[in-house]
Design a protein around this ligand. Structure first.
Ligand SMILES: [Zn+2]
Length: 332
């Protein structure tokens, strides 16, 4: 709000509203609050803030941090587009498109509210199966979505788990950086409340979609008339994938094959490796001490695709920049 107007109000209002009594002050404060919340006043305040020298000084101060943030956002996009987030499929409804479905029931009381959906990740089943699936998700996931206990499937599950974990971590890292940038600039509260998108674009931050595309499996029951529907949903997030991997390994181990003896990549092992390597990139030497928001990843020295195992001797900590350029090359 322009200062002269503010001062005029301050002096005039108590006089108008019954002298400089306590009551008058309460009314002034209330009037000012109403004025501040006014959209037109708010737009003026916003424009003044974004146009201020203080804001542009802070903006140039955080420019390099913003550039680095945007680079990590691009990296997130790369993981998203190159990673694999697919596993298994249900065969119910595989040929559903070949048939024409019509409800010929003479009754028309709110029917067809629940229409069975056919998709690779949706299994249409009886109510009993839906209930069992929510009790024993992994068992039913394997049974109905064709996830077999064999070495190839285990490798697939581990690959998906690895990409999900990397993406989760990178997305978390971007969020931390954004919190940090907002704290460094520390804009007035109303800016983040009403003009968050404009704030980020003024600062030059490219926002990324913050969701992780977890493969989602649904067990679905739709009654014959479409009157009722129930479903149970399983998201393949890190805990689910780790549980699935463990069960697969147990089943494969039982067959005494070499793959069954394989160590699994887990969130715990990743943590352990980073700790072992002092949160330092073994290639370029940058550490979490030097860069508080450094995104560190655990890399297979000999890639899994070339037979590398998830054992401490074959794992190393790399910063995201080194890991990004490494690709499938072997760096010891
Ligand atoms: Zn590095």
């Amino acid at each position: 709000m322009p200062k002269p107007l503010f001062i005029t109000l301050l002096i005039a209002l108590p006089i108008i509203l019954g002298g400089a009594t306590q009551n008058g002050w309460v009314i002034i404060i209330a009037a000012l609050l109403v004025l501040a919340a006014n959209p037109i006043v708010r737009t003026i305040r916003k424009n003044r803030y974004f146009g201020s020298e203080q804001f542009s000084a802070l903006k140039s101060q955080v420019a390099s941090v913003v550039a680095e943030h945007n680079d990590v956002v691009n990296y997130v996009a790369e993981i998203r587009s190159r990673g694999s987030f697919e596993l298994g499929a249900s065969s119910t409804g595989q040929h559903a498109h070949l048939a024409t479905f019509e409800n010929t029931s003479a009754w028309n009381n709110r029917r067809d509210r629940n229409v069975a959906e056919y998709a690779p990740h949706i299994h249409n089943a009886s109510l009993q199966v839906i209930r069992n699936a929510s009790q024993e998700p992994i068992k039913y996931l394997m049974k109905y979505f064709g996830i077999k206990a064999d070495p190839a499937t285990l490798a697939d599950v581990q690959r998906v788990a690895d990409d999900i974990a990397r993406l989760e971590q990178a997305v978390g890292n971007v969020a931390e950086r954004e919190t940090d940038i907002a704290q460094m600039i520390n804009p007035p509260k109303f800016i983040m409340q009403h003009y968050a998108a404009e704030f980020w674009s003024q600062v030059g931050v490219h926002l990324s979609p913050i969701d992780v595309p977890y493969p989602r499996y649904i067990f679905q029951y739709t009654s014959a008339g479409g009157n009722t529907g129930q479903s149970s949903r399983i998201d393949l997030n890190t805990p689910t994938l780790e549980a699935l991997s463990e069960i697969l390994v147990e089943k494969i181990r039982w067959t005494k094959s070499a793959a069954g003896q394989r160590a699994l990549m887990t969130a715990r092992l990743r943590k352990h490796i980073k700790h072992r390597d002092n949160y330092t990139c073994l290639q370029c030497g940058v550490s979490l001490d030097a860069e508080p928001h450094l995104l560190l990843e655990v890399d297979h020295i000999m890639p899994v695709s070339r037979g590398g195992l998830s054992v401490p001797e074959n794992l190393q900590t790399l910063c995201w920049r080194c890991n990004r350029t490494k690709g499938a090359k072997v760096v010891a």
